[in-house]
Design a protein. Structure first.
Length: 264
């Protein structure tokens, strides 16, 4: 009887063949996941860990005769160690705020290509403003669209601006208002402000002072406390201008709507 069988690692050839088949199946699943960005990244890592665990057991069971498995496990380990993590997105944004655009792009691009919406939005901003890359509205639009389709509020707001200004797309105030509304529903203060102005002017939406007041009021309360200019001189002042055109009952209704509003 072999030492492997004494230790209970291999019972017979049938078990060995089953282990080989399991490794093969896991590798096939791994290759399939590699072709799908974003969603499959988490699944790919789980599969690779499964390959590693199964391959290790099979390697111990069969000994040196399966040396190629060890090489494959080395590839898995290198892939896992080099794969970017979600924490890289926070680091990328921090680098961008400090003006370290090359570092921000190096951290964000791999995640963006894998489908991370925040990283895609950061790339869109980089191309829109020419930070670390040449200014390119087409590339900005592409990355914003990818992020916006996943519900990223910042990207949705930026798409609204691009449609409002006709940047890389035909100017379309209705489309702009639609994107502002999606971002505003998620609590983006800039989008809430722009949507409030759209209702005040009837630009892309039906003119409606009550909704204009509601969104401007929300924007004034949701801009960062440190951004006193946006909170008061911009959003607050615009809200008060609209209020001057409203009846007392209309202002009361707008205030009620703002109080009852909840972010998506």
């Amino acid at each position: 009887m072999s030492w492997q069988r004494r230790l209970g690692l291999v019972s017979d050839r049938t078990e060995t063949a089953a282990l080989k088949a399991e490794v093969s199946a896991l590798h096939v699943a791994l290759e399939r996941c590699r072709s799908v960005a974003g969603y499959c990244e988490r699944r790919r890592r789980a599969i690779m860990l499964g390959v590693a665990a199964t391959g290790l057991a099979l390697g111990v069971a069969l000994g040196a005769g399966l040396g190629h498995i060890g090489e494959g496990l080395g590839d898995v380990a290198r892939t896992l160690s080099s794969a970017p993590t979600a924490a890289d997105v926070d680091a990328a944004y921090a680098a961008s705020r400090k003006g370290k655009y090359a570092t921000a792009l190096r951290l964000a691009r791999p995640l963006a290509e894998q489908g991370n919406a925040r990283a895609q939005s950061l790339l869109g901003s980089a191309y829109l403003n020419g930070r670390g890359v040449p200014h390119n509205d087409d590339e900005a639009l592409r990355w914003f669209q990818l992020a916006a389709d996943q519900g990223d509020a910042d990207a949705q707001f930026q798409l609204g601006v691009m449609h409002d200004e006709g940047r890389s797309v035909s100017q379309d105030h209705a489309e702009a208002a639609s994107w502002y509304a999606r971002a505003a529903a998620r609590g983006n203060a800039q989008a809430q402000y722009n949507l409030g102005l759209a209702y005040a002017k009837g630009e892309g939406v039906d003119q409606d002072n009550v909704r204009a007041h509601m969104w401007l009021n929300l924007a004034a309360s949701r801009f960062a406390a440190s951004d006193s200019f946006s909170r008061g001189a911009v959003a607050g002042r615009s809200r008060d201008v609209v209020a001057g055109k409203m009846t007392r009952d209309e202002v009361t209704e707008a205030q009620r709507m703002a109080r009852e509003w909840k972010p998506m």
